[in-house]
Design a protein around this ligand. Sequence first.
Ligand code: SF4
Length: 169
Amino acid sequence: MIGLFLGLLILALLLFWLGQRQQRSAGLPEGRILYSDMDVGSKPERPFYDPELGLTGKPDYLVQSGQDLLPVEVKSSDAPSEPYQSHIMQLMAYCYLVARSTGRRPPYGILRYRNRSFAIDYSAAREEQLLAQIAEMRRLERSGKAMRSHEEPRRCARCGYARHCPQKL
Ligand code: SF4
């Protein structure tokens, strides 16, 4: 009986260790993955929504690390030498949404490229920058002068606003 108990204990420890190792090799911080956009067949979770800013979005992962909830945005490309500003702002928007929706401000978020991950601090300065960019976007929207910033039909094909966007390629 004791042998069976020890065997199960060792098996449980081995599975735990393998899970941790898999998570580390995926470039994610240690912690529990709460949901994943990539789970084939899993029910999609609701996006976060902030009515005050009219902002909505859903990170690829949400990881619990201690008391913190950390958004993770996954990019399929190789990592640049430093993360693109647009990717940082997207991640900061998720941090903002997590903070507004849960009352728990993430100290940072994770940008995960194919070969490398970056932890990006959700600082007061970055939050200010995010809010300023959103205010500028809203101003451009109202003025009707918002212009497409690229010539890539593939980006439009994947875009959640494509159905309503007058500048779709
Ligand atoms: S559909 Fe419109 S908003 Fe979306 S990527 Fe294309 S131009 Fe940009």
